[in-house]
Design a protein around this ligand. Structure first.
Ligand code: AMP
Ligand code: ZN
Length: 458
């Protein structure tokens, strides 16, 4: 079947055909690396990882997910903490990748960093100035929104209405309220690069346009991100890229995920309801979080509550429970293809709730079957479906033993507990306590009893 994807620009689901037969390019706007990713940030990473897995089964995929490592929020974090910018961005890049790996997100093919593409950004800005789509004003370079009649087509905004309704104070050097920054001046203490317009730094939107072009070409097949990016980020990316390339299409399919809320409220620091992936992966297996993120269709809102993880864990218990004791050999697993109904669901605009319903139907059939050959086949089919969704990656026995690919395996924990007992015997209580803390940090609680020490995952 052809893959159907909902394209934001056309406002409907359409059949997907890559520009070059057999090859697909995809760009996902990645994180700004100045703090930990929250569970909402993980939604695009996980959902579009499923799409990447599907595309890889059929095409040669080149998938780029960038890091925004120059940004005023990063500068503010550096000022507040007294740490150099590079130290902050390197740290949070590493943590982001570790957290996403814990959620089963496979690494993209390229992870470009904005600061490695300043030259490309300057080149694109120069073209935009030369062809009359950008202008220099007070050491800034601005994109001239009025020069582009298509501006507003992605987010379905009418520029005249936007201007009439704008109440924002407009910087005096702008020709029009919605002109946006391509380049801005930096003071000596801020990061900056030499450019034809003086020492400065890029605006956010130009980063993605320059990185997408460098790694994927002038026209890319799929551009994805969260719904909040449609305007202004993606509208601006599209305007810059198309105006810099003589009107060549920038992205052929625009995909946007809906927002994740917590108990019907927007996640925000002021409400204090921000759930960090970094904390959650210590508390529950990554697959539980992943399944929860895939439990709603990606374009729908997803409301997260106390029950979300509990019910995702129970669902995985049922799936692993069906698989336990069947153990299709490696050959069966390698040879099995994704069951047609699961594949059809994912091909239908990444319908993960439907795919999961099909997975549960397979688990029920497996539970009912008494025929060994059939059971092996059903288990292999479930595992192939799991590979497409990035679920069921563990051995069922490990799942039930709590060896869920967290930071520590059961064997690691036993070893640490033994070491702690030795230290206590040697009266090195500080070192023994350090081990207790290390375990607690990894989400493992220990209890000393008359029969020795027992542990459980918190
Ligand atoms: P940011 O680092 O804020 O640019 O966000 C990284 C990605 O997470 C972007 O694709 C955002 O659209 C997406 N995102 C941010 N908050 C949420 C949320 N609450 N639900 C779903 N996606 C989100
Ligand atoms: Zn972007």
């Amino acid at each position: 079947m052809t893959i159907q994807l909902h394209d934001t620009l056309r406002g409907k689901k359409v059949a997907f055909e890559p520009l070059d037969a057999g090859k697909v390019t995809m760009y996902l706007c990645g994180p700004t690396v100045y703090n930990y990713a929250h569970i909402g940030n993980a939604r695009p990473a996980v959902v579009f990882d499923v799409l990447a897995r599907l595309l890889r089964q059929r095409y040669t995929l080149k998938f780029a997910r960038n890091f925004t490592d120059v940004d005023d929020k990063i500068n503010a974090a550096s000022l507040a903490s007294g740490k150099p910018i590079g130290e902050i961005t390197e740290r949070f890049k590493r943590i982001y990748n570790e957290d996403m790996a814990a959620l089963g997100v496979l690494p993209p093919d390229v992870e470009p960093c904005a600061t490695d593409h300043i030259g490309e950004m300057i080149d694109m800005i120069s073209v935009l100035i030369d062809n009359g789509h950008a202008y220099v004003a007070e050491n800034h370079v601005l994109f001239d929104v009025n020069s582009n009649p298509d501006y507003g087509s992605l987010s379905k905004r009418d520029l005249r209405e936007m201007i009439a309704g704008a109440r924002v104070e407009v910087a005096p050097y702008k020709k029009a309220a919605h002109d946006f920054v391509l380049w801005k001046p930096s003071t000596p203490e801020l990061p900056g690069w030499d450019s034809p317009w003086g020492r400065g730094r890029p605006g956010w939107h130009i980063e993605c346009s320059a990185m997408a072009k460098k790694h994927l070409g002038v026209t890319i097949d799929i551009h994805a991100g969260g719904q909040d990016l449609v305007f202004p980020h993606h509208e601006n990316e599209m305007a810059q890229s198309e105006c810099a390339h003589g009107g060549e299409v920038f992205a052929r399919y625009w995909l946007h995920n809906g927002f994740l809320s917590i108990d019907q409220e927007k996640m925000s620091k002021s409400i204090g309801n921000v759930l960090l992936v970094h904390d959650l992966v210590k508390q529950v297996p990554g697959e539980v979080i992943r399944l929860a993120l895939l439990s709603a269709h990606y374009r729908q809102p997803l409301d997260w509550s106390d029950k979300t993880l509990e019910s995702a864990r129970r669902m995985l218990d049922r799936l692993y429970g069906a698989l336990r004791g069947v153990g299709p050999g490696t050959d069966a697993r390698a040879g099995a293809s994704v069951p047609a109904r699961v594949l059809a669901a994912i091909e239908d605009d990444i319908n993960t709730p439907q795919a999961m319903a099909e997975l549960f139907a397979l688990a029920r059939a497996l539970n009912r079957s008494t025929d060994n050959a059939e059971r092996t086949q059903l288990a292999a089919a479930m595992l192939a479906a799991g590979d497409l969704l990035g679920l069921l990656q563990l051995d069922p026995d490990d799942w039930f033993a709590g060896d869920t690919g967290g930071e520590l395996s059961s064997a690691d924990i036993d070893r640490l507990i033994e070491k702690r007992a030795d230290l206590k015997r040697d009266k090195d209580f500080a070192a023994a306590d350090a081990i207790r803390d290390e375990l607690l940090n990894a989400g493992v609680r220990i209890e000393d009893g008359s029969d020795g020490t027992t542990w459980r995952r918190a």
